[in-house]
Design a protein around this ligand. Structure first.
Ligand SMILES: NC(=O)c1ccc[n+]([C@@H]2O[C@H](COP(=O)([O-])OP(=O)(O)OC[C@H]3O[C@@H](n4cnc5c(N)ncnc54)[C@H](OP(=O)(O)O)[C@@H]3O)[C@@H](O)[C@H]2O)c1
Length: 341
């Protein structure tokens, strides 16, 4: 199996988790880290056993040992650093949401194509075998004809207008931060039901509550309609301690995933349940993967870089475009516009 030398761009909370993940992957090694501050880069490099620390993102991109860059800055700067990384000839795994909107996603994809590199949006749960298994079950017809999908991802972060979750200039709010997960799940499962890698909603309606202080979305619920009258109900927030769940309801039963997003973060066992009308006992679908969640993602990305055909639930460019268009619409229906827009 081919190997990939990673450069980590930014040293925040998810960058740390990704670096830990790479150490459990089969294909990745940590070549370098870049930060806006050399002190942060050096501290991060020491913590994760990385040989080279750069005091700027540009220096990281100029490092010839770096084959792939993991972009872990707040969402508004994903576009800028993806375009620069593509121009530097690096493969790019860019954190979700890939950009602030579809328009930025398109610019990023064009830059990737022009420079002949692989660009993928980092939806780690899409790379995990648990998600692939759920897709397989839906496709097989084992729970009948799919009618309803429900998915939720939200949490409560103490209000701080400077923090990225609430900060307008940093793309705060639930939809972009975590609403992107339920949206991507519903599109994936509707697609599986329709025999496609993903589906795009025909209609979307929603309600939401915006922060009076910073204008970002604090909590919001959306209803989506897909082809064949497949309906989805999505919820997200940054101010409400919501339960994470994902359910796919068919005419013969439903899949209940109680841990759909941050699946076995440290590696190990995973499971979800199938519930059937009239049956007391759930069917339990189980698996095990020793790699950390983000290590699985790093291996998945390496396989794509090495020419393995990308299959759903892996995140293709068209899938990313559909997700960003869905998020654009969700934001539009609750009148959420960022100050820069
Ligand atoms: N896939 C997942 O599970 C997951 C989980 C959490 C977040 N994310 C995504 O990852 C991205 C980063 O989230 P995070 O939670 O890691 O954020 P974070 O803890 O705030 O870290 C962001 C990092 O970006 C860099 N940065 C560059 N410009 C910045 C600016 N203007 N303000 C603040 N930081 C800036 C900083 O690194 P330096 O100081 O080193 O330059 C900072 O440490 C977001 O797009 C988010 O959606 C994904």
């Amino acid at each position: 199996m081919s190997q990939l030398n990673w450069g980590i761009l930014a040293t925040g909370s998810i960058a740390k988790k990704f670096a830990l993940g790479v150490t459990t992957s089969n294909t990745g090694s940590l070549a370098a880290v870049g930060s806006r501050s050399i002190e942060n880069a050096e501290a991060f490099a020491k913590e994760h056993g990385i040989g080279t620390a750069h005091g700027s993102y540009d220096d990281l991109l100029a490092n010839p040992d770096v084959e792939a860059v993991y972009i872990a800055t707040p969402h508004p700067s994903h576009e800028k650093w993806t375009v620069k990384a593509a121009e530097a000839g690096k493969h790019i795994l860019c954190e979700k949401p890939i950009g602030m909107n579809y328009r930025q996603a398109k610019v990023m994809s064009d830059a990737a194509k022009a420079n002949n590199i692989t660009l993928m949006e980092a939806f780690m749960y899409r790379c995990h075998p648990q998600t692939a298994k759920a897709v397989e079950i839906v496709k097989s017809g084992a729970i009948g004809e799919i009618n309803i999908i429900q998915a939720s991802f939200g949490f409560r972060v103490p209000f701080d207008p400077q923090k990225r979750h609430y900060n307008n200039a940093l793309g705060g709010g639930g939809i972009l931060d975590v609403g992107c997960y339920p949206a991507s799940f519903a599109r994936l499962m509707a697609g599986a039901a329709l025999g496609q890698p993903f589906a795009h909603p025909l209609e979307l309606t929603s309600h939401g509550h915006l922060s009076p202080e910073t204008g970002v979305d604090l909590y919001t619920i959306a209803n989506l309609k897909f082809e064949n009258d497949i309906l989805a109900q999505l919820a997200t927030s940054v101010s409400v301690p919501q339960q994470s769940y994902a359910r796919v309801y068919g005419t013969e039963g439903y899949i209940e995933i109680s841990n759909p997003w941050i699946i076995s973060p440290e590696g190990g066992d995973w499971e979800f349940h199938i519930k059937r009308p009239g049956k007391k006992e759930d069917e339990v679908v189980r698996g095990n993967d020793p790699r950390r969640l983000y290590g699985i993602e790093a291996d998945h990305f390496c396989a794509v870089v090495n020419g393995e055909e990308l299959q759903a639930p892996g995140m293709s460019t068209e899938d990313t475009f559909s997700n960003m268009k869905t998020l654009d619409l969700w934001r539009e229906t609750i009148c959420l516009r960022y100050d820069y827009e």
